[in-house]
Design a protein around this ligand. Structure first.
Ligand SMILES: Nc1ncnc2c1ncn2[C@@H]1O[C@H](COP(=O)(O)OP(=O)(O)O)[C@@H](O)[C@H]1O
Ligand SMILES: [Mg+2]
Length: 262
């Protein structure tokens, strides 16, 4: 099962990604990949050490692509770098049973359309490998800009979850994402409504999602436990009384159900 979580900044992508990762890792092996420039997936899981993102591993990039990071013109480099060992060697083991591994991708300067720099070649190849080749559950916490996914990778994502909140801004972003997702070949796109504080709010978003022709996978209430977890720097899974956690557990069950894994 390969899941990409996307949406406007601040809607709750990282909260959902990290919490789902924890839930699934109780039963399955999971890779949680941070592909958002914000890079706070590890923090959301309670890891606050400084982590060097793969995009900044200069020696590795040079070693695998044959080119100095930062170069883009006039240098020949491998478009098919070896990456199959990297998920294992570069990931951070999380939790007592080691069922959850975290990879922090980082970002590269986009430098206009069709930027082909060594770092982006490596990241793209790694992402493609994770989505196409890995047996594990992969959860990708990513930004709203999904165009760099690449067609092969996009087509192999089983479920793209767009997180929205009550308000037009995140819904407009969802509309853009839906269009982009269609363009690059994502097969299945669903929405999760987060930060819901009333029935009216939920109905408002549901109506808008219908207009967008996007199915709703679930909704998560606005919940002070999420804020507490963030203030205390701990994962939401450590707050069993959290209603948001319960909703995310339901969403997790639904995902396993849809994928035939439960
Ligand atoms: N259900 C919720 N209830 C209350 N606060 C939430 C909820 N979901 C997310 N938040 C808060 O909103 C902020 C953004 O969440 P985050 O998961 O980091 O979003 P994103 O990854 O989309 O930028 C965080 O401060 C988080 O604590
Ligand atoms: Mg985030």
């Amino acid at each position: 099962m390969k899941i990409a979580v996307t949406g406007k900044g601040g809607v709750g992508k990282t909260t959902l990604s990290s919490t789902l990762s924890c839930i699934f890792s109780k039963k399955y092996k999971v890779y949680a990949i941070d592909a958002d420039p914000d890079m706070n997936l590890a923090s959301s899981l309670g890891i606050h050490d400084k982590i060097t993102p793969i995009s900044q591993m200069r020696d590795l990039i040079k070693d695998r692509t044959g080119a100095e990071p930062g170069s883009s013109f006039g240098e020949v480099f491998k478009m098919n770098p070896k990456i199959s060992d990297l998920p294992e060697t570069l990931s951070i083991d999380y939790g007592p049973d080691g069922n959850l591994k975290i990879l922090v991708m980082g970002t590269v300067d986009k430098g206009g359309d069709g930027c082909v720099c060594p770092a982006s070649v490596l990241l793209k190849a790694l992402l493609r490998h994770m989505i196409l080749k890995k047996d594990e559950i992969v959860i990708l916490d990513m930004e709203a800009g999904i165009e760099h996914l690449g067609r092969k990778t996009a087509e192999s994502v089983d479920m793209m979850i767009v997180v929205v909140e009550p308000g037009l801004k995140s819904l407009e972003t969802a509309q853009r994402i839906k269009k982009l997702a269609g363009d690059i070949g994502v097969q299945n796109i669903v929405a999760v409504i987060n930060k819901v504080s009333s029935v009216e709010e939920e109905e408002f978003v549901e109506k808008k999602l219908k207009e967008l022709d996007v199915d709703m996978l679930g909704s998560i209430p606005r919940d002070s436990f999420v804020i507490n977890a963030d203030m205390e720097g701990k994962p939401l899974n450590q707050y069993p009384d959290s209603d948001a956690l319960k909703s995310i557990e339901d969403i997790g069950k639904k995902i396993l159900n849809i994928s035939g894994m439960d």
